[in-house]
Design a protein around this ligand. Structure first.
Ligand SMILES: [Mg+2]
Length: 266
């Protein structure tokens, strides 16, 4: 009997401690905490995985069709973005959410130096297939040129093709990728571009407001799923900058107000 009472008291004490701990845990209210659900969607939703396979399957079908008309002497290339198109960096974001920290270049650099990103589902199989078909792959990324080496190691771990510095065009002086795309287009027939951000495809989308971004997407409607292959990314991107009119100095309160203004209800 005494033993029973002792065990009950122990359970009660443990529950009390747990309840106290949960109640006193700080509620995250920084900008980064807003990303819990989008990050969880990319890490846990099988729907995200299916969308990635859908994108790479579409890309392969399109190239198979184009290859039937390819002439021997033509040099073809595919241009792809890296982050959240080929490489999954959600771990870095998840770590910051848990630590209640906002994004910092230093934290992202630490992550890049680990060369530990996994592939976006279907990416390596697709790019290996592209390579087998004799099509060159160029990686145009806004990772900094100082991050080429750890990124190269990461890509090699994932057994991706064309993993050498001549195929990696990283950020040096401008975040616009247009000049780097033109560099490749001047030497190759670029038959496809892949990205998670509209700026991965053409300069037409750069620094545009929300209605104009949509209009520009509509203006090249026929290219989606053909020349342009989009990967889903709910956690960050140019769409997020457009929410705030590209103003990086807004306070969290101002950002919150802006988001509420943009939410369409009935
Ligand atoms: Mg990206």
């Amino acid at each position: 009997m005494k033993k029973k009472i002792f065990l009950s008291l122990c359970c009660l004490f443990t529950y009390h401690l747990y309840a106290q701990d949960s109640a006193s845990a700080p509620i995250q209210n920084n900008e980064e905490s807003l990303k819990q659900l989008p990050v969880l969607w990319m890490q846990t939703a099988a729907e995200y995985r299916a969308l990635c396979y859908q994108a790479f399957n579409t890309a392969q079908w399109r190239l198979e069709k184009l290859l039937r008309k390819k002439k021997r002497r033509q040099h073809w290339a595919v241009i792809t973005d890296l982050d959240e198109t080929i490489l999954d960096n959600s771990y870095e974001e998840a770590k910051r959410i848990k630590a209640n920290k906002d994004y910092s270049n230093a934290d992202f650099n630490n992550w890049v130096n680990r060369s530990a990103a996994t592939e976006v589902p279907g990416a390596s199989k697709f790019l290996q297939w592209v390579h087998e078909k004799g099509i060159s792959v160029f990686y145009i990324s806004n990772r900094d040129t100082s991050q080429v080496k750890p990124t190269l190691i990461n890509l090699q771990k994932l057994q991706l093709p064309d993993t050498d510095t001549s195929h990696m065009l990283f950020l040096s002086n401008t975040s616009s990728k247009e000049a780097r795309r033109q560099n490749v287009m001047g030497r190759y027939n670029v038959v496809m571009l892949l990205g998670d951000n509209l700026n991965d495809f053409t300069y037409l989308f750069e620094k545009k407001d929300i209605p104009t971004r949509k209009e520009e997407v509509d203006s090249v409607r026929e290219d989606w799923g053909k020349k342009f292959i989009v990967l889903p990314n709910s956690t960050y991107g140019e769409w997020e900058n457009a929410l705030y009119d590209y103003n990086r100095k807004l306070t969290p309160q101002q950002k919150d107000a802006k988001r509420k203004t943009l939410l369409k209800d009935y």
